[in-house]
Design a protein around this ligand. Sequence first.
Ligand code: SAH
Ligand code: DHB
Ligand code: MG
Length: 223
Amino acid sequence: MMNTDDTMGLLKEIDVYIEELFEPSGEVLEAALIDSRRAGLPDINVSPNQGRLMQLLVATAGARRILEIGTLGGYSAIHLARALPEDGALISLEIDEHHAGVARKNVDRAGLSGIVEVRVGDAHGLLAALVEGGEGPFDVIFIDADKESYPEYLEASLRLLRPGSLILGDNTIRGGTVLDPKEEAARSTREFNRLVAENPRLYGIVLPLIRERIDGLTIARVV
Ligand code: SAH
Ligand code: DHB
Ligand code: MG
């Protein structure tokens, strides 16, 4: 039997193998990460492999309109927007003006500023405004902001989706802490997963993913 450290080491090697196999990054995405780090943003963007997976999901869904909750430096937004047609649109919500500024520069360098709009504010209010303004439906919604609000973001998202749309929820395994939550972030993401699983309007799965630790992406389709 391998011990936990060996298993984690092997999982990371597998992740690197997949990453190198498909050369997912390229200069523009690398530059986005370098500039985000230089600007002091936390290193909590999706992994290259997860970015690739989400790009594949967006393309497979034939999505034209995407909503992202939690922009950071725009790394995941670039992945997602790359799968959109030229007349597509991605709206990304970010509470931190500094993060939003870094993201806009990264998106611009990726040649995506024509289809990506970063809105600054608390996602709770911005989501309510999207619903009020009749700006839905979106084909894909990627939830990746404050974990404590995931259940509320799910509820708001359900007002902004149509049958066939996808909901993606990041960080829904959290190193396995969702199995027996001891802090609010783990409790809320566990609750989010349960709400997805129990909603008859949704057909979903939680996909474990390898990061610095084991994490997961919840994927659900509105039926
Ligand atoms: N999706 C990004 C990572 C997002 S990190 C990527 O993978 O590249 C989470 C982001 O959510 C942070 O930038 C944080 O400032 C933002 N955030 C946290 N609480 C928020 C809120 N209430 N409303 C909007 N954004 C929020
Ligand atoms: C954290 C947030 C994220 O969105 C993420 O992908 C990883 C970590 C965090 O707040 O620690
Ligand atoms: Mg995340």
